[in-house]
Design a protein around this ligand. Structure first.
Ligand code: MEV
Length: 416
């Protein structure tokens, strides 16, 4: 039965007990989570509904990264072996050429208002542009503090979409949300403005919601890897060819970008930001030409060195939501010494580029399985029941045997 009456109103302890009763899960299994009155568990109970505990993932620190001339230690939350190590290695190999440099473009977040049933959508679009000052004062009144700090509504863009018979006007509110991801500010402004648009246009407003295709909030990053440091011009050429493969083939581009997002999502997650928002934006941006394409570009420069560039929407903040409420997110921001959202966006984007470098270098040379399997062996040992020092010794034995499988790990454990 999936209906549990009053589950929402129960305490965490009551929910755990009821869940055991309903599903047959043993209370011992549930007890591996933090205690019910642990600070993190209580915070979690305020963040989402029907909480029974918190879900732990590994939090690792990527070393060696330099972003805009400042060294930074980067916290990454990921369940995947090799992701943190790949950033450490890739970042180390571009230290000599100065690390990663970043830039930001665009005015801010986009809020969309869908306007239907207009007799002349183009005329309404023109009229709205003429009312820009009025629209600014309506929207900016929603968040005076944001405006005081230099943010707020900066522009409106209009688009007429649909067929000739069913034309719709889409109004984009472009809002500088400063250090916030901005979903709340933008959604409030969109909902507040909607009735005015109906009144002025005689149309009917449908949806009013932020767009995750945050292409008015783009971060780019570039870096150079010296040929002699990464194994010679042959390696440079192989990485450029690997990049070309992803440009020509959406099947490859998807995996290529998955690798980029291994790094991006891990840092977004560590800082309590919205991983789905950044992922949706990145993939939509990758498809903006009509063909799904790589988020990075790899080239050989005149001196024979490798140059990489990445560009993607980066809607992240350092205030509001879980970023503030989650103590681990706060800790991660402090580890990186972050005091503004642009710096966070720069670091995340740099990690995406470096992550992609390491993946392509491994793929274009020895393949990823050798390095991957060493770490994977530990996961398999854990899955087989190894704990403490046995994790390493069982993993090492499987690597020596050349076979990394759970059944082998179980056999090796029995022999202990
Ligand atoms: C695995 O998580 C990521 C890679 O497949 C990325 C890539 O192929 O570029 C290694």
């Amino acid at each position: 039965m999936s209906r549990i009456k009053g589950f929402h109103n129960m305490s965490i302890a009551q929910r755990r007990a009821r869940l055991c009763l309903e599903t047959g899960v043993s209370s011992a299994l549930i007890e591996h989570m933090n205690s019910v009155d642990d600070e993190l568990t209580l915070t979690a109970d305020r963040l989402v509904e029907n909480v029974i505990g918190t879900y732990q993932l590994p939090l690792g620190i990527a070393t060696n990264l330099i972003v805009d001339n400042e060294p930074v230690l980067v916290p990454m939350v990921t369940e995947e072996s090799s992701v943190v190590a790949a950033v450490c290695n890739g970042a180390k190999q571009c230290v000599e050429s100065g690390g990663v440099k970043t830039a930001h473009e665009g005015l801010g977040m986009i809020g969309q208002i869908q306007v239907l049933e207009l007799s002349d959508p183009q005329a309404t679009a023109g009229d709205l542009q003429e009312r820009l000052d009025e629209i600014k004062s309506i929207c900016n009144a929603c968040d005076p503090k944001l405006v005081e700090l230099g943010g707020g509504l900066k522009a409106i863009h209009t688009r007429v979409i649909g067929t000739e018979k069913n034309q719709q006007l889409v109004v984009h509110l472009i809002v500088n949300t400063l250090d916030a991801m901005g979903a709340n500010a933008v959604n409030t402004m969109s909902e507040t403005l909607a009735p005015y648009i109906e009144k002025w246009s005689g149309g009917r407003v449908g949806l009013k919601i932020l767009s995750n295709l945050a292409d008015e909030r783009i971060t780019s990053a570039t870096a150079c890897w010296h040929a002699d440091i990464i194994g010679g011009e042959g390696v440079v050429d192989a990485i450029v060819q690997a990049g070309e493969f992803s440009r020509l083939d959406p099947y490859r581009a998807t995996t290529h970008n998955k690798g980029v997002m291994n790094g991006v999502t891990a840092v977004v997650q560590a800082t309590g930001n919205d991983t789905r928002a950044v992922e949706a934006g990145a993939h939509a941006y990758a498809a903006r030409s009509g063909q799904y394409s790589p988020l990075t570009l790899w080239e050989k420069d005149d001196a024979g060195h490798l140059r990489g560039k990445i560009e993607l929407p980066m809607a992240v903040g350092i205030v509001g939501g879980a970023t503030r409420a989650h103590p681990s997110a706060q800790m991660c921001l402090q580890i990186m010494n972050i005091d503004n959202a642009k710096r966070l966006a720069s670091i995340i984007t740099a990690v995406g580029l470096v992550q992609n470098f390491s993946a392509l270098k491994a793929l274009a040379t020895e393949g990823i399985q050798r390095g991957h399997m060493a770490l994977h062996a530990k996961n398999i040992a854990i899955a087989a029941g190894a704990t403490g020092e046995l994790i390493d010794s069982i993993a090492t034995k499987m690597i020596e045997l050349g076979t990394i499988r759970e059944d082998i790990a179980i056999e090796l454990l029995k022999g202990k």
